[in-house]
Every structure is written in structure tokens, then in C-alpha cells.
Design a binder for this molecule. Structure first.
Ligand code: F6P
Length: 365
């Protein structure tokens, strides 16, 4: 029996289970392959007591529409920065990659499929350079990887955010309020832009277009005075920054890597609007991890399934050091080296921004 190890790393994302299921189903066609899942990302291998799970068809049947990942994940540590507690209670980080390579040999693992975001794929590249037979599968709700047109999880996040805009619309209208919705995306504005457009928000603030608060105020006043509508919906990305200022994550530490994470872009904007003389009631909603949990939409399930099948076929073809990607309606493979570190941000002069402005959405520019 040949063995392939699957790990899910970084933040979870709707569609992870669909990838796992697809790998297992595709592998089962080959008869001589067994799929192992490493529990809690690579921790299952890196820990002194190995924690892996045999993933057969029974183990993955029906999981394609379940959120999260059945093998768990973590955003901390990894083979090159394994946390070791010192006597004084603090941590030092050690390189456990050799240990990992030995452990995989012991387990008879021929190849590894690492499903994860940019950080996980950087690790994949380093492991590949060390000689590991590894293949990457990209995932992030942020959709900010240049190598692929879409990542699974993104459309689901946009659906959740759009649903929130729709709901906020009716309550904003009833109370004549300004409602500000903060969405995820790290330093990319894809979720904000797509949900603001789909939900028909009045203002959309994204990191790629630093906002001038006076311009936002102008749009709100026009909405009240000229358009005669006594309410407004604003969608703001968590990484938004005012002109000349910085995103709150830049000020208070990197998003997503702390035990405690507080958002703040929506609250900051609310305060700025008040300070600029807006008298209407303002309320903020931070959508948070609701965007990441729960059932993946059909597009994400299908994209994830295509990624899983392709990833296993890349193992069969020994296309190591490559990552699965989706480009121009095709699932392809690209070198990991090319894929990592190339972030796809919203272009301020793109068609989509043009469309949004065409239906009256203001960006504060
Ligand atoms: O990258 C995905 C993402 O959900 C970002 O949109 C968000 O900034 C971050 O992860 C949150 O990370 P955590 O779950 O660690 O708070």
C-alpha cells in the first residue's frame, strides 16, 4: 500500500472537507493507495506522539457540505517553527523539519498534500526544497492569491456577507440609521467589494483604496439630502485604512496570529463619521468568523472537489513542488515557488470598481 498524507493548515475555510473527500474518493479508484490525515495540520506528525487518521471512504462520506475540517487545523507553529516551552514559561521555536521527514519515512508516506493558505504553501515550498514529495492546494476566504482566479471558501464568505448587507438594509431603513458592516479579507478587499456590490451598499471601503472621510461624509449627506433616503449601508473591509493612516492590524499587530484579536475598522469609521458631524444613528456589525464557518456554497464545493481530484492525480504524476490552481475555467498546476507571496489585490481602476461606481457606490476616493 502506498500512502499519501493530507494536512489542512492555517485558518479554516468552507470547502476543506470537500477537498479531503475528493482526495480520498479519487485515491480509492487506484486500489493501492491509502490516505492518512495529519491531525491539527502537521502537528499530528511533529508531536512526539504521532496523531494521524486513516481516511477511507467511510470516514469522508457526506462531509462535502460540512464546514471546517474533519482533521483539524492550526495557525501556529509548523515544521520550521515548532514551539518548545522553556523553563521560564516562555517559548522558543525549533526547526523540526528533519524530524518530520524521518517520521514520514517511518510511516511509509510517499507524498504529502498540504491544503492551506499562503503561509502553509511557503512551508510546502521549503519542505519541497528539503526533498519532500509535496503538493499544495490553496485555500483562503480572502481570494487574494495571484496564482488562482478563485480559492474555495471565498464565494461562501461573499454569500454570508451579502446576506448580512440584505438584512442590515431592512433594519437600517426602518430606523433611519447608518449601519456599518465590517467584513474579513485581511489586507484585500474582495469580500467587501463583492458583497457591497451584490447587496447594494452606498459606501464600500477597501484597503486598496484609502478613504478620505470627507468623501464618505459627502456620499452619506447626498444619500440623505439629495436621494431623500434616510438610511445608509456601509461595507468596510477589516484592513481598511484612512488616507495617510494605516490599517488597525498594522498598528496593533498582524491579523490572525494572536490569541486575542479585536477588530476595529467599523468602529473607527463610526467615530470618524460622528466627529465629522453626521447626526444620524450609527451602529456597527462585525461579521467575523461567521464568514468562515458553516456550509460551503455549491461553487466552493465543486471547486474544492476539483482541487482534491487534481491534487491526487498530481501525486500519481509525481508533480511535486506544484500547487493546484484554477485559471480560465480550468484546474491546472503551477510551481509553488511562483504561487507563494504573490498577492492579488483589488485594482482601483478595475472593471469591478468601475461597475460599483456605475451604480453609485462610493469608495471614499
Ligand atoms: O485569511 C482568512 C482570515 O479569515 C482573514 O480574513 C482574517 O483576517 C483572518 O483569517 C482571521 O484569522 P483568525 O481566525 O486567526 O482570527
Amino acid at each position: 500500500m502506498k500512502r499519501v498524507l493530507v494536512a489542512t493548515g492555517g485558518g479554516d475555510c468552507p470547502g476543506l472537507n470537500a477537498v479531503i473527500r475528493a482526495i480520498v474518493y479519487r485515491a480509492s479508484i487506484e486500489k493501492d493507495w491509502e490516505v492518512l490525515g495529519s491531525i491539527q495540520s502537521f502537528d499530528g506528525i511533529l508531536k512526539d506522539e504521532t496523531e494521524v487518521k486513516v481516511l477511507d471512504k467511510d470516514a469522508v462520506r457526506g462531509i462535502h457540505y460540512r464546514g471546517g475540517t474533519i482533521i483539524g487545523t492550526t495557525t501556529k507553529g509548523g515544521p520550521f517553527a515548532w514551539p518548545v516551552k522553556k523553563e521560564d514559561g516562555s517559548y522558543e521555536f525549533e526547526d523540526r523539519s528533519d524530524y518530520m521527514m524521518d517520521k514520514l519515512k517511518e510511516l511509509g508516506v510517499e507524498a504529502v498534500i498540504s491544503i492551506g493558505g499562503d503561509g502553509s504553501q511557503r512551508i510546502s515550498q521549503k519542505l519541497y526544497e528539503k526533498g519532500m514529495n509535496i503538493i499544495g492546494v490553496p485555500k483562503t476566504i480572502d481570494n487574494d492569491l495571484k496564482a488562482t482566479d478563485f480559492t474555495f471558501g471565498f464565494q461562501t464568505a461573499v454569500e454570508v456577507a451579502t446576506d448580512a448587507v440584505d438584512k442590515l438594509n431592512t433594519t437600517a431603513a426602518s430606523h433611519n440609521r447608518i449601519l456599518i458592516l465590517e467584513v474579513m479579507g485581511r489586507d484585500a478587499g474582495w469580500i467587501a467589494l463583492n458583497s457591497a456590490l451584490a447587496g447594494g451598499a452606498e459606501v464600500c471601503i477597501i484597503p486598496e483604496i484609502p478613504y478620505d472621510i470627507n468623501k464618505v461624509v459627502e456620499r452619506i449627506r447626498r444619500r440623505y439630502d439629495k436621494d431623500g433616503r434616510g438610511f445608509a449601508n456601509i461595507v468596510i473591509a477589516e484592513g481598511a485604512k484612512p488616507l495617510g493612516g494605516s490599517a488597525l492590524a498594522e498598528e496593533y499587530g498582524e491579523i490572525g496570529n494572536e490569541n486575542l484579536k479585536l477588530s476595529g475598522a467599523a468602529d473607527r469609521l463610526a467615530r470618524e463619521l460622528k466627529a465629522a458631524g453626521i447626526t444620524a444613528d450609527i451602529r456597527t456589525t462585525v461579521l467575523g468568523h461567521i464568514q468562515r464557518g458553516g456550509i460551503p456554497c455549491a461553487f466552493d464545493r465543486n471547486l474544492a472537489t476539483s482541487f482534491g481530484v487534481k491534487a491526487f492525480e498530481m501525486v500519481l504524476e509525481k508533480q511535486y513542488g506544484q500547487m493546484v490552481a484554477y485559471r480560465n475555467f480550468e484546474v491546472i498546476s503551477v510551481p509553488l515557488e511562483e504561487a507563494i507571496g504573490s498577492q492579488k489585490l483589488v485594482e482601483p481602476d478595475s472593471q469591478m470598481i468601475h461597475t460599483a461606481k456605475g451604480v453609485g457606490i462610493a469608495f471614499g476616493d
